[in-house]
Design a protein around this ligand. Structure first.
Ligand code: SAM
Length: 328
């Protein structure tokens, strides 16, 4: 079968299964097959990527325009088999990011699989805000400690470090810590850190935030920036999620109790028990559902005396990110 027929056939199948963006998905998946085929020229037996192969040979990759310029290219037997396998997976609603084992976030590519949440565009706002905080610092006397709680793929922290490095601001960071309750997520975050050469810059902790957020974690006298895109979907809403999310992404990364606030509340409660030092600023950046924002602000009021919060809207103009500065 040639490229033209392969594309036409798969688009038709996607459309009949109501897969959104049928054309784009078909093109992206076909391109992936051709690129893998080039990587393992005579040795293409697996459809599953491993972490390293996903990241290798970026220079080697064909662009989408290639498939249109080579419409009559005949897929090899192995390319056909793999393409059909991808199509079957997509028809079962598996997200393209899991089929490709990667997702772009803040312009950087992250390895993802079913053990981590696929990074969402609105979460990029957390990265943007952290960079603003660091950039707007008036006096560069103190450094920052970065703590990313519920790190998943590590996309938030690694993107921040990448951007700081690009602007020569990495020297402003004293230490970076990534925490996740999921052991497999921590392994993936480590692999992503390795890809961007930050494996020695980040301390990875596999544990529950209620245990890991303690006095010892805050023993340094520099300021802290805490980022947390924790699960915030209520148990009921979780049951109503679309199959392409519920059947593939980890429940641990999505659902958080009756009102979706178990993890965020636990984080604020744990932080409230830490004795911060005088003249220390603690910035907390949380992602939440627009309906949860008022409740979270009230929790901040209960737990912390001196604080100020700003709400950031997402791309649909809904309140999504809370940036709170706690000063001591
Ligand atoms: C919504 S995902 C976010 C992943 C990543 N930070 C992102 O933005 O794409 C939430 C993450 O929090 C982790 N998590 C859930 N409960 C936790 C807890 N009690 N302590 C630490 N991590 C937790 C999950 O394993 C998951 O990786």
């Amino acid at each position: 079968m040639n490229i033209k027929k392969a594309l036409q056939g798969s688009i038709k199948q996607f459309e009949s299964h109501n897969i959104p963006s049928a054309n784009l998905d078909a093109e992206v998946l076909l391109l992936e097959v051709l690129n893998i085929s080039r990587l393992y020229t005579n040795n293409i037996s697996e459809d599953k990527h491993d972490i390293l192969s996903t990241f290798q040979n970026d220079n080697f990759k064909l662009e989408r325009s290639w498939i249109y310029a080579h419409n009559d290219y005949e897929l090899t037997g192995k390319e056909n088999i793999i393409f059909n396998n991808y199509i079957t997976r997509r028809l079962k609603q598996e997200p393209v990011a899991y089929i490709l084992n990667r997702k772009e976030f803040f312009g950087y590519e992250f390895f993802v699989n079913e053990n981590v949440l696929i990074p969402r565009p609105e979460t990029e706002l957390i990265v943007k805000e952290v960079l603003e905080i660091i950039k707007n610092k008036k006096y560069f006397i103190k450094q920052y400690n970065l703590i990313d709680i519920g790190t998943g793929s590590g996309c938030i922290l690694i993107s921040i470090l990448n951007e700081l490095q690009k602007n020569n601001y990495l020297k402003l960071i004293n230490q970076s810590i990534a925490i996740d309750i999921s052991k497999t997520a921590i392994e993936i975050a480590k692999a992503n850190a390795k890809k961007y050469n930050f494996e020695n810059n980040i301390k990875f902790i596999n544990g529950d935030l209620t245990k890991e957020i303690n006095q010892k974690l805050f023993s340094d006298s520099n300021d802290y920036i805490i980022t947390a895109n924790l699960p915030y979907i209520s148990n009921d809403d979780y049951e109503q999620l679309e199959n392409n999310v519920k059947d593939f992404e980890p429940k641990l990364a999505l659902a958080s109790g009756i009102d979706g606030l178990d993890d965020i509340s636990a984080l604020l409660c744990s932080l409230s028990k830490v004795m911060f030092k005088n003249n220390q600023n603690i910035y907390i950046l949380l992602e939440a559902d627009p309906n949860q924002i008022d409740y979270i602000i009230k929790e901040f009021d209960i737990y912390f005396k001196k604080k100020e919060s700003t709400i950031i809207e997402d791309f649909s103009e809904k309140n999504r990110i809370i940036v709170t500065k706690i000063g001591f």
